[in-house]
Design a protein around this ligand. Structure first.
Ligand code: ATP
Ligand code: MG
Ligand code: MG
Ligand code: MG
Length: 440
């Protein structure tokens, strides 16, 4: 992509309404534009990262055997009356009336609708286990939308729902989600720690939240410092194996790690030696629930159990804050010049800066670098504007691509370009082909 043909409305001024760094950088880097309080347009650069995050989630859900579908954002109030949540949900639910006077709502989550799909189509234990999920916009009329996409009113969520015959099967589904989430967050360059949490209006018995440690996080968290040494890495896992998933669950959740809602100081002190006790702040980027037959009882979602009985299915729901993740990633990875994208979610793989646009040799070298990178399946952003070098560097630093290749007539005389790592700031001079090889 040539920057001169792209749409990257970078702001020079720091927007005064943005209180935290991720919000400031997302506005300055032209990733989002507020449309109304807590509602954003996703400009091309922000949209690109959003899609990358979605791709990772889809890939990891597929690996776990979970099946994507898509449900509408506007739902009928009647289903929510059946579960009792139409009244119970409160002011966060946006309620709408259509021209015929029918009550509708903008989905804040989708347990009711997915359970309706299930009960209309599945009646035998033979069709279980089943886990369906979607990545779809949600609306919650947050009392205080703030921090940009971190606490929006309209936001993108991955929400998955498992249907199982028994409690044991449903707990296996719970563990599968835990493993797939660990893998997903790590691929996004994040450490998200599962912590025991409170179930809130979704209801249920077992639940963990995934938290990214950050001073700007809205949750207070208490944990054993050993937990931050855990990495899932790229170990192979068989998602059908109850034992393997259970082992990962135990490894990642046996140490003390809780949000303020479930924290008990006395237990913290007996379970964790003083030098390992940590109190910090965290950003909730996901949550998994097992809630048994709460919704299947209310909505009459049963299957034949093979022994002549109809039984309510055991369910859970599992969410990832897709749009909030952009904020969380930036909070976890930036410096005073801008964003530093982890490789897994970067909007472009590298930037090309032409120091002397219009110089035949420099232009040709940039064009061939661009072509070589594209040929390798990479996605470079070529700053071909007639701008000062300083302005080009500032833009590249702000938008945070992992690599920058700087091309100028002086280097080209010696057959070299400069390759700079955004994360370390280290530069080296090398022939263009070697720079391409290093990025690929
Ligand atoms: P919070 O405690 O931050 O209000 P929640 O517990 O109400 O979140 P869940 O119902 O667990 O949210 O939804 C799943 C995920 O959706 C959350 O873990 C979070 O990452 C994301 N999310 C929830 N509310 C918002 C919001 N207003 N804006 C952006 N993302 C959100
Ligand atoms: Mg909430
Ligand atoms: Mg919460
Ligand atoms: Mg939650």
């Amino acid at each position: 992509m040539r920057l001169s043909r792209y749409f990257l409305p970078v702001l020079k001024e720091t927007p005064s309404e943005a209180q935290i760094v991720s919000h400031r950088y997302m506005l300055r880097a032209g990733m989002i534009k507020q449309a109304q309080a807590g509602i954003y347009s996703w400009l091309p650069l922000g949209f690109k990262v959003l899609r990358k995050i979605e791709d990772i989630i889809h890939q990891e859900q597929a690996r776990a055997g979970h099946i994507p579908l898509l449900m509408p954002t506007l739902q009928s109030a009647d289903l929510w009356r059946e579960s009792g949540r139409y009244d119970a949900y409160g002011e966060e639910m946006l309620r709408i009336t259509d021209r015929h006077g029918r009550d509708m709502l903008y989905t804040p989550t989708a347990e009711e609708l997915i359970t309706d799909i299930f009960r209309s189509n599945v009646s035998s234990y033979k069709d279980l286990p089943l886990t369906l999920y979607q990545i779809q916009w949600k609306f919650r009329d947050e009392i205080r939308p703030r921090f940009g996409v971190m606490r929006g009113r309209e936001f993108l969520m991955k929400d998955g729902y498992n249907f199982d015959l028994t409690r044991e099967d449903a707990l296996h589904a719970y563990n599968r989600h835990l493993v797939s989430y660990l893998r997903s967050y790590e691929r996004m360059g994040l450490q998200a720690i599962p912590m025991r949490a409170d179930s809130g209006p979704i209801g249920g018995e077992d639940t963990h939240e995934f938290l990214v440690l950050a001073d700007t996080g809205e949750s207070e968290v208490f944990y054993d410092s050993q937990i931050t040494d855990l990495k899932f890495g790229d170990r192979a896992i068989d998602f059908d194996s109850v034992e393997q998933c259970q082992a990962v669950m135990e490894e990642f959740t046996s140490r003390y790690a809780r949000t303020d809602e479930t924290h008990v100081q006395a237990e913290f002190e007996t379970q964790v030696p003083q030098d390992r006790r940590r109190t910090a702040r965290g950003i909730e980027v996901g949550q998994i629930f097992y809630f048994g037959t709460k919704y299947s009882d209310a909505l009459n979602a049963t299957v034949n159990d093979g022994q002549g009985k109809d039984v309510a299915v055991h369910m859970g729901s599992h969410g990832i804050g897709v749009s909030r993740l952009l904020g969380a990633i930036i909070e976890a990875s930036h410096d005073d010049k801008g964003i530093i994208w982890p490789e897994g979610v970067t909007p472009f793989h590298c930037g090309i800066v032409n120091l002397k646009q219009g110089d035949a040799e420099a232009d040709a070298a940039c064009d061939s670098l661009h072509a070589a990178l594209v040929a390798l399946g990479l996605d470079p952003l070529y700053d071909d504007r007639k701008e000062r070098a300083g302005a080009k560097f500032a833009t590249m630093d702000l938008i945070g691509l992992p690599w920058r290749i700087t091309v100028g007539p002086r280097g080209l005389k010696n057959g070299v370009v400069e390759l700079t790592s955004r994360r370390t700031g280290e530069s080296e001079e090398l022939p263009p082909e070697a720079a391409v090889a290093k990025i690929a």
